[in-house]
Design a protein around this ligand. Structure first.
Ligand SMILES: [Zn+2]
Length: 343
């Protein structure tokens, strides 16, 4: 098996835009540069020695889906100091507690709504890192654990600030252990969309919302004050999440008419995100999440959009027959994939 991909929350096209414009906006270009360097090293899997050694100070119990949080003390290394383990009371760092709570909530969403036991469905320990790097404007899943930067407080706040970030990143692990979707082109977009979809559902689970009351935005709570009101992605209306000089303009297509051949997974994921939004608004977010999870379990690494449309329609019939989701779900699914031009 190939190394699992490192999946970043903030896509390279935004990071590049930020780096290009840092000096013009009077910000310290060094922080942006260090972050970009770290991203590149991670993409190339050139991890440092400390990064490679994953031993915990207090071992969590295998198979218990325990959550553990490390404080990386602003080093560009992982697992620097274990600060909160399973069942530990809140600690001093607000972001360590936010990460702990969000990952607990994500684990609970998977268990209660999708009947899945942690990332691997075998109770894998859920590992989060906070205070990674210096003013690091990103978060990622590295194939084994989740990492949250502090943000520079000019563009992004601490990435634990929005529950859909941990929900998104943990879901990359779930995808890795189920469909194993490749992180390129359409399979990559399916992989990315699955993380946004479940991240959005975790957000609704935590905040007791449903399709009609949720804003369908990803990352709106990690935007720094000057960018208040912007978000990273919109599942309802891809391409409208942001438009400002710092981030540029949201380039996500919302249908195949705007499909970018071989585009970054974060671009074409908009098309699938919108499919999910259309389904969720008709049959409810959690039934739609069950349907998408069933679809994910029946996809394969090189699956493309038409494969997802076919499998999702089949799963809709099975789950509707079993009265897990609404009876009209098969028609809803077909209409949704049709609306974005996939079938
Ligand atoms: Zn992602």
């Amino acid at each position: 098996m190939n190394d699992p991909p490192v999946c970043f929350f903030i896509p390279p096209y935004i990071t590049d835009h930020i780096a290009r414009n840092a000096s013009r906006q009077g910000r310290d270009p060094a922080a942006a540069r260090d972050g970009a360097k770290a991203d590149l090293a991670l993409r190339q899997q050139r991890k440092s020695a400390a990064y490679a050694s994953l031993q915990a100070l207090t071992a969590p119990t295998p198979g218990k889906a325990d959550v553990v949080i490390y404080d990386d003390q602003n080093q560009w290394n992982l697992n620097v100091q274990l600060v909160r383990g399973p069942g530990d009371p809140p600690v001093k760092g607000a972001n360590a507690n936010a990460a702990y709570d969000a990952l607990e909530a994500t684990r609970e969403f998977y268990r209660e709504v999708l009947e899945r036991d942690s990332i691997d469905n075998a109770g894998a320990t859920i590992v989060g890192n906070v205070n990674f790097g210096v003013q690091y404007d990103n978060a990622f899943w590295d194939g084994a654990e989740m990492v949250f930067g502090n943000g520079d407080d000019v563009i992004f706040k601490d990435f634990t600030h929005d529950v859909d970030v941990p929900g998104h990143e943990l879901t990359h692990g779930v995808t890795q252990y189920t469909a194993g979707l490749n992180y390129t082109d359409q399979s990559g977009a399916l992989n990315e969309a699955t993380s946004d979809i479940m991240g959005a559902c975790v957000d609704q689970y935590v905040n007791k919302l449903d399709a009609g009351t949720f804003n369908w935005l990803i990352g709106e709570d990690v935007m720094a004050d000057d960018l208040y009101g912007e978000a990273i992605r919109s599942l309802a209306h891809p391409g409208t999440a942001y438009d400002n000089p710092i981030l540029g303009k949201d380039p996500q297509p919302d249908s195949m008419a705007g499909y970018v051949p071989n585009g970054d997974p974060h671009l074409n994921s908009g098309i699938i995100n919108r499919v999910f939004y259309l389904i969720a608004t008709d049959i409810g977010s959690f039934p739609a999440a069950k349907l998408w999870y069933a679809t994910l379990q029946n996809l394969w690494p090189a699956a493309v959009f038409t494969d997802a449309a076919y499998v999702c329609s089949e799963m809709a019939r099975v789950l509707a027959r079993d009265e897990v989701i609404a009876r009209q779900a098969p028609q809803t699914v077909r209409a949704a994939f049709h609306e974005v031009g996939i079938v």
